[in-house]
Design a protein around this ligand. Structure first.
Ligand code: AMP
Ligand code: GLY
Length: 420
């Protein structure tokens, strides 16, 4: 089979790497890919949001299955566009993609189906919102409704910070129309975990759990990023918690999709807060997490192509999905200045010194004059596995130290537990 992966980050590298191990994949393409993905797939110079060009490329290359990595093309309707042209594609349609594209849409869905989540209110008027500052006390959780590259959530510690965030979002419109509506939530206290699930029309199957580190600095300090590291499985998951998540969150979510006519096919990423009252949904995303995918797929023993096809054909219930008992830890190397503005084009060295059983997934890299250089905020993701969590963690950091580029930053506490 010929498979095309859409995207060019660490998540897409992990998806392409796993697909490349399938004996049934004859030819793998990635659009646009990056310098690391080029080792496992032929990269096409088509942007991940150029839907017309992606459809044309899929038809020209006679692609049997397209796999969409990032949220933006999903929200733009890439799946609907490809389905109309008869192209087989893994990912939710635009209607379902609202589950990530609009936080208010998801909060209403969760409330309607009585799925545990933080209490909330939504606002479209800045003055009304300014009057409501502190309604749930502090910290105050303020969220742009629409897509904002993972940066649209502000946790304001006091009134001044809350007012500043609201002025930036609704006054200066730093996120454009994504903050025309704002959702304010109760602040949840607990331990966060990410649960990625395969979903088709009849079934929801959780993958192994993962823990993400969203803030830029050690100790969960500084602004939010796309994710600075992950490990899998989560250290707070036990059978009792998994069962509660299944009955209180997964089953009502699938029933809600069916009741609301949401024909979800793809990956539903559930951001969870494990509170003293049990698990609560922080957010839904409608795609694999980045960098959760790197740690989770490193532990998948089954053929990923089989699973993707089972989802697209609504046969997920019959699909066996096996996981390794090994533990995985992923540490992200980011550019100086990230998540703010950052330089590009810095030479990366030491990649060839990394241990054979450690995988370096490329997030933002490209070739320049025969060298691999930085080309994004998050640059590389170093994923190590081990028989124990501590072994995987130690191996990840030993190998991170072997890789160099000017201004590289990474968190040294990936793999340690933090409570919020
Ligand atoms: P989101 O983009 O919705 O995942 O939010 C980004 C991050 O903000 C989450 O990973 C949490 O760390 C934090 N967050 C979001 N909503 C809440 C909430 N209601 N209570 C506490 N923390 C939250
Ligand atoms: N790592 C969080 C995300 O992919 O949204």
């Amino acid at each position: 089979m010929k498979v095309l992966v859409v995207g060019g980050g660490g998540r897409e590298h992990a998806i392409a790497w796993k697909l490349s191990q399938s004996p049934r994949v004859d030819k793998l393409y990635c659009a646009p890919g990056n310098a690391g993905i080029a080792a496992v797939a032929e990269c096409l110079s088509v942007g991940a949001e150029d839907i017309e060009d992606l459809c044309a490329a899929a038809q020209e290359k006679e692609i049997d299955l397209v796999v969409v990595g990032p949220e933006v093309p999903l929200s733009m309707g890439i799946v609907d566009a490809m389905n109309e042209k008869g192209i087989r594609v893994f990912g939710p349609n635009a209607k379902c993609a609202q589950l990530e594209g609009s936080k208010a849409f998801t909060k209403a869905f969760l409330a309607r189906h009585r799925i545990p989540t933080a209490g909330y209110r939504e606002f479209t008027d800045k003055d009304e919102l300014l009057k409501a500052v502190g309604i749930y006390g502090y910290p105050m959780v303020i969220k742009a409704d629409g897509l904002a590259a993972g940066k649209g959530v502000v946790i304001a510690e006091n009134e001044a910070d809350a007012v500043k965030a609201i002025e930036e979002m609704m006054g200066d419109r730093i996120f454009g129309s994504a903050a025309d509506k704002i959702v304010v939530e109760e602040y949840l206290v607990g331990i966060e975990a990410s649960m990625l699930c395969f979903v088709d029309h009849n079934t929801i199957v959780p993958m192994e759990s993962a823990q993400d580190y969203k803030r830029i600095f050690d100790g969960d300090k500084g602004p939010n990023t796309g994710g600075m590291g992950t490990y899998s499985p989560s250290l707070v998951f036990d059978e009792e918690l998994k069962e509660r998540i299944r009955t209180e969150i997964l089953e009502p979510t699938l029933a809600g999709f069916q009741a609301d006519g949401l024909d979800f096919q793809g990956v539903l990423f559930i951001g969870l807060m494990i509170t003293d009252d049990g698990p609560k949904v922080i957010e839904f995303n409608n795609r694999f997490g980045d960098p959760e995918t790197q740690s989770v797929l490193a532990r998948l023993d089954s053929d990923l192509l089989d699973i993707f096809e089972a989802v697209v054909d609504n046969r997920l219930a019959e699909q066996e999905i096996r996981w390794s008992d090994r533990r995985a830890v992923t540490v992200v190397l980011a550019s100086e200045g990230y998540p703010g503005s950052y330089p590009k084009g810095r030479e990366i060295t030491g990649l060839e010194d990394v241990d054979d059983d450690v995988v370096v997934f490329h997030a933002g890299t490209k070739f320049a004059d025969g060298k691999i250089v930085t080309a994004g905020g998050r640059v590389l993701c170093v994923t190590a596995t081990g028989a124990t969590h501590d072994e995987a963690r130690a191996k990840a950091f030993v190998n991170v130290e072997k890789i160099h580029f000017e201004g590289a930053q990474f968190r040294r506490d990936i793999g340690l537990i933090h409570k919020h």
